[in-house]
Design a binder for this molecule. Structure first.
Ligand code: SF4
Length: 541
């Protein structure tokens, strides 16, 4: 979006306040916002766990810049747009999975207005995907007419990030997460929408139709996708995460992409949504010798997989692992989930036994299983949420405000917005920790985790379990101010327990070159952008 606006002659700046707060206790987001000179502020509310933070940021913006319009966008903003627009700190919501062009039109309109909140209602009425309030305070929901059929209108221009860093003289607030400087993974977008319908997923075909009125996925053409990756590699030596299964648009599409990727020197992490054949694994290694696979069967039990619409067999999972490891895949990450339909505590633990079998069979250290809960929220828009009874879910919160309030609860168990017919919230939390504990021990046994790292993970799980029991007791015993005081005393422990408990956070990271960035290239781009920034400051907006 920043690149799109830049092309239209506007200056933008991305600020990752959360990463700043995690990285340094001295970083003060309110002071950062107060000092900002932006004419318009945009806040990302994509996944619902950001509901509390996103609205709090918007509140700070309104406190320090009462005249500046505040825009929201993202899946959760789109789903809850009519409720979101009622918050006093929110002026506009852009709905759908693609908002670049409506955003440009809205920005033109806001920048042309005499005062920022005095935008022309005729122009506002004509902007696709926009939810806004007119002068009488009536909510206006413009048709969701902007649903581009492909992603080729986008410039995945990573120079924009460099340019923004140079112009703001601020690198650290541009990073996507706190240890990104040490692990500069970059993501390439292959698709918006998905043709699959995993029942828990807010990005599924069903949810895309509901939230974005998307009838079919929008793909990036294979050649442009390959260009994106080569351009990313000019900046970062970290791995490239290719979001979306490259076979979704068909095998011809996937092969054109692989042909265009030949000679790519970096590590590529590929998501696979379905099992793959030996033949395709060979094509993968031929084009991307340093490939890594991310595969999420979610359960070892075919009945559970069937209930979430993942219709493949254990034999196919194993054949996929075998094919990829045989041809030389650098690593194969396998993900399992707790909190699914037809899944009992025993089923989750049987899943860990299945991991043990796989680790024993593929025991050269490249197959790495993970287990984690469906948490904290079942995505609004997903089949679980929209047809909860059919899938055996009891959804506890319906509104954005209920979810925002829930995020103030002390642990992820208390935040969960669901229980299933097969497990209560207590059981989901209990078995998640137990599964994490057993898997951690297996990783130590099979040499996938260093003994000291595994011991530390074990200690973290113990601490989290005992802390959860303490909090449950406090919730039974106290309420109101007294409860708040007791919980406040535990806050440092709670914060610690809320970070990567069942596995070490860096377990997902891949080792890479000794240099994280192509510094000479960045330096050359930066020098060019100092001059272009000066020019823009003189003639641009
Ligand atoms: S989980 Fe992945 S494959 Fe399944 S619907 Fe969501 S994006 Fe598609």
């Amino acid at each position: 979006m920043a690149a799109y606006l830049h092309k239209a002659g506007m200056r933008t700046r991305i600020a990752n306040l959360a990463a700043g707060m995690v990285r340094s206790k001295r970083f003060d987001p309110e002071r950062f916002i107060a000092r900002s000179k932006a004419k318009v502020f945009g806040v990302d509310l994509h996944w619902l766990p950001h509901a509390h933070g996103a609205l709090a940021v918007a509140e700070l913006v309104k406190k320090h810049h009462p005249e500046a319009p505040v825009l929201f966008g993202g899946y959760s903003s789109s789903y809850f747009h009519d409720e979101l627009i009622q918050y006093p700190q929110v002026d506009y919501v852009l709905r759908g999975d693609s908002t670049e062009e409506p955003l440009r039109q809205l920005m033109e309109c806001l920048l042309e207005a005499r005062s920022p909140l005095d935008a022309d209602p005729k122009v506002l009425s004509s902007i696709a995907n926009l939810t806004w309030q007119d002068a009488k305070g009536d909510v206006r929901v413009n048709p969701q007419a902007y649903v581009p059929p492909s992603l080729d209108h986008l410039d995945m221009d990573y120079r924009q990030m460099v340019r923004s860093v140079v112009q703001s003289a601020d690198f650290m607030n541009h990073v996507p997460f706190d240890h990104w400087m040490d692990y500069p993974v970059m993501a390439a977008l292959t698709v918006r929408g998905c043709k699959h319908n995993c029942a828990y997923c807010g990005g599924s075909a069903y949810a895309s139709k509901l939230i974005s009125e998307r009838e079919a996925p929008a793909y990036r053409s294979p050649e442009r996708l390959a260009e994106d990756l080569f351009r990313m590699h000019e900046i970062s030596r970290g791995p490239a995460f290719i979001l979306g299964d490259i076979r979704q648009a068909g095998m011809d599409h996937a092969r054109r992409f692989l042909d265009s990727m030949k000679g790519y020197p970096g590590q590529a992490m590929l998501e696979v949504f379905e099992p793959l054949s030996r033949e395709f694994a060979e094509e993968l290694v031929d084009a991307l010798p340093n490939f890594v696979i991310e595969f999420s069967p979610e359960s070892h039990d075919p009945a559970v997989r069937e209930a979430i619409h993942k219709r493949f067999s254990n034999e196919e999972i194993e054949a996929t692992i075998e094919a990829c490891l045989d041809v030389g895949c650098r690593r194969f990450d396998l993900f399992f989930m707790t909190g699914l339909p037809k899944q009992t505590k025993q089923s989750v633990l049987d899943g860990v036994d299945y991991c043990e079998e796989l680790m024993a069979r593929f025991d050269d250290g490249r197959l790495i299983p993970f287990v984690g809960p469906l948490a904290p929220f079942v995505d609004p828009g997903s089949l679980f949420y929209e047809q909860s009874e059919t899938y055996g879910y009891d959804i506890r919160f319906q509104t954005l405000e209920e979810h925002r309030q829930a995020l103030l609860a002390p642990t992820w168990k208390h935040i969960l917005n669901y229980e299933t017919r097969w497990m209560s919230r207590d059981e989901i939390a209990e078995v998640t920790y137990e599964a994490g504990r057993r898997l951690n021990a297996l990783k130590a046994r099979f040499g996938l985790a260093e003994p000291d790292v595994a011991a530390e993970t074990e200690r973290r799980i113990d601490r989290a379990v005992s802390l959860m029991a303490t909090i449950d007791e406090l919730l039974e015993r106290y309420e109101g101010k007294e409860l708040e005081r007791e919980l406040q005393a535990l806050k440092p422990e709670i914060d610690q327990a809320n970070t990567s408990t069942v596995c070490e956070k860096t377990e997902l990271d891949l080792p890479f070159d000794i240099t994280a960035f192509n510094w000479s290239r960045l330096f050359r781009m930066g020098v060019a952008d100092v001059f272009s920034g000066l020019k823009e400051a003189l003639v641009g907006r």
